[in-house]
Design a protein. Sequence first.
Lengths: 299, 376, 335
Amino acid sequence: MTVALQQLVNGLTVGSFYALIALGYTMVYGIIRLINFAHGDIYAVGAFLGLSTYGLLRLLHVDNPILTTLLGLVVSMGCTGLLGMLVYRVAYRPLLHARLSILISAIGASLTLEYGLFLIYSPSFLVYPHLFDTPGMSLGDISVSGLQIIIFVSGLVLMAALYLIVHRTKIGMAMRALAINQDAARLMGIDVNRVVALTFFLGSTLAAFAGVLTGLYYSQISFLMGFLIGLKAFTAAVLGGIGNIPGAVVGGFLLGVLEGLAAGYFSSRWKDVVAFGILIVILVVRPRGLLGERVVERM
Amino acid sequence: MRKWCAVVAVLALLVPLTALGAGAQGATIKIGVPVPLSGGNAKMGDDISKAATLAIEEWNAKGGVLGRKLEIMTFDDACDAQQSVTAAHKLVDAGVVAVAGGYCSSAAIPASAVYHDSGVAFVADASSNPKLTDQGFENVFRVIGRDDQQGPYAAGFMTKTLKAHRVAIIHDNTVYAKGLADATKAALSGKPGVQVVFFDAITPGEKDFSAVLTKVKSLKPDVTYFTGYYPEGGLLAKQFKDLGVSGKFMAGDANNDPTFVTEAGAAAEGDFVTSTPLPQDLGTAKAFVDRYKKRFNQDPGPYSALEYDAVNIVINAIQRAHSTDRAAIIKAIAATKGYKGATGSIGFDKKGDRTTILYIPYIIKGGKFTPYNVSS
Amino acid sequence: MNALGNRWVRGALVVAVIVVALGLPIVGTPYLIDVGTLVLVYIMLGLGLNVVVGYAGLLDLGYAAFFAIGAYTTGILMDDAHLAFWWTLPVAACFTALSGVVIGTPTLRLRSDYLAIVTLGFGEIVRIAATNLTFTGGPEGLYGIAHPTIGGFVLRSPQALYFLGLAFVLVVLAGSYNLARSRLGRAWLAIREDEAAAQAAGIYPVHSKLMAYVLGAVFAGAAGSFFAVKLTAINPSSFTFIQSVTILMVIILGGMGSLPGVILAAAVIVVLPEVLRAFDQVRMFAFGIGLIILMLVRPQGLWPSRIGQIERRAVAVSEASAAAGVAADAAATTE
């Protein structure tokens, strides 16, 4: 029983990261039907910018761990958000009507970001300062670290904030309108480019948040760190129903927990097979994902 | 019309450009150095190519060999089978007299077939999978030990020194890690009272291994041995302590990198690593370490000294063979005996494996890899 | 771009490609021939995926799985059963076709984007299984796969392997050319343009899609068989998601549905990173930027198919009229 609970804690931690990144995939997909291959790398950029901010603050003799972390998050999220908009402006906007060409452009953007980090920072693994390495609280035989709780709670808060932005503000309404019919939205006076750019900004911000927390929690970052988790987060977004915000969150947590259970009770080597197998079965049984709404097919 | 011009231009540009660099045979003697320069292992490739650079610079400062200057040709194999074969063809075409390098076994083994077909000597630096030399190619040598030598060593250390009865083995499903894990498991299975309670792989590139470690924890091991590479090793060491798994954490030689400790932080304290001795801990390598630091302003990597020796053995063989003929060089390398390298005395057996190979245990103390005194 | 100039340039290019293809093994160094052989592998893969994506309009992100199944079938049969290379080909074709049916039957009813992720998952499952199973050699894969023989002649040299690859490519090329013009090819075109209308005209979409999927899989399997004997060693790292994406790049870069485009793009995808090898550290960075620029300058691909161009024009017109329709509706509601 304790093992099962521990696996649940593990799964929710991983799932928080999946969910935060999956939101970026799902929002962009919902609006412009693009699988944004570069999104995982945006997450990596966020982690590196956070590390740079820490380095800069140390030079300025700002040592308070909470202050530096907050500043690191804000700077990284802001800059990465702008970078996300830049990627959209340069690599995607001119190709919005070329559905497959934009996919190649996205792969190009992904490689450019990855190897940009490689050239600017380092080919090797970089290490975050160990600021919050508090020993795990032990509830019986289950260990939960303070950082795990922070990741889980702050992740949920951000996801809720995003939900409110999309469903309660005017700009959110514009996003939803765009998702339903771009031409109609344009005719209603919505500035399509501005709204899509803002979507990229929001998605990138959440990815950067996940990136900085990855650095703090796992301590290790590298220029290729976004690839695998990007793939998983995309899977999570589809699992929950792509284009659907609560779906991405549910999909993220579900995938994290499923992987944990597969590794814990079956075999770690086969856990991705289990995860993808379940994904395939769910899609065959429920083709729109768990919470997906009906979306009109567009090629 | 413009479209066709563009298409023709692209084709016309591509053809001569590939030819470029393939030709141009100069008076220098070329030695090939295939290493990963892109992808996750790029750092190791960089360390290795620096050591090769140092080796030839020293020879050239003394006037080269056979009155000719030396040159290394570094090519990216990306630790990938297909790319390493292409790089191997390119090196052979470029007229290298021998090849010294290679990091990932998964890249070195397919490439070794190309070198074999072209009759070029291949002195592997860090590829330790047994299959490399078990193929029976007379042109393949290696200066690193075999995984099935390190495996029994690690097994002996766990059972004799650490008195382990329950052992968990974690690999990462790469050629090297699986080979070392299999060899360790095989060596343990012969020992009475010792049980391998866990044997499974993690996925390299992931960061959260708590699910696997939670399972390991429930099995209450005395020693957990990780046979993969340091990026995951550091993460495992940290999460191992965070979850409070019982027993000692121990890792294979690919974890012998300072990043292992910086990643894990305080959690790495008291962990063990089995490895060939670091250059810094070898009396024979002191001069090499000093010169490397002076030249590149950084510490050598875990495989730098081995590469330095590999390149020197090739040059030494050229000197003894008095020829740059590829076949003559293979013969001369095979005849190497008692060569005093930075990593100790080097000679090769019939398969091309190094005859004397030394492993020592390291313990992490005060954030540093410290040789562990077994008798204490 | 008048018709005559077009025909002349086209003819000249075809001649140029033939000259390069035949001249390379004669004048090229082994390295160049090896690069050329790799181009042939990607042409085969590109042509196969072109059937799935270009003809039938099904987005596939796990195409490397079929490539792997072909390579492993040949590798295992030659290593363990000591079968001759030529006998492994029909077996590989059967296995890949079967796996195409198994994964295609339940999933082809899905929307194309979900199909993309299902195929991605399938690709990963195959790769992980190859890594974990013992009869596939685990992470080490298979070694010492024999060279193919014709009569008593062993195809060992880079030249011989190149010509073998060329023969494969010609067969696959002829196959795809004829497919596009067959009854099935026209059915695919109809489904891709308007599935409902095609269905109304008596085409059974799932059946036609499955055929595309299976044929594409068989092409990849043949490419895999060739790849196994070319490299003589295969391991799971050759069949990653990145490999699937690279093959997809070949057909999009070339221009969807276009056979000359596939050939050209396969050359670019293989040769460009080799050219950039000289730049070592900035190699992949430059490749990424190059892809973006290529797409911005030529979003329709290097050599788009003529059918594709006509379609695009039609789509543009229909989109414009749809927009006009919406505008009219909007105007009507504001009145």
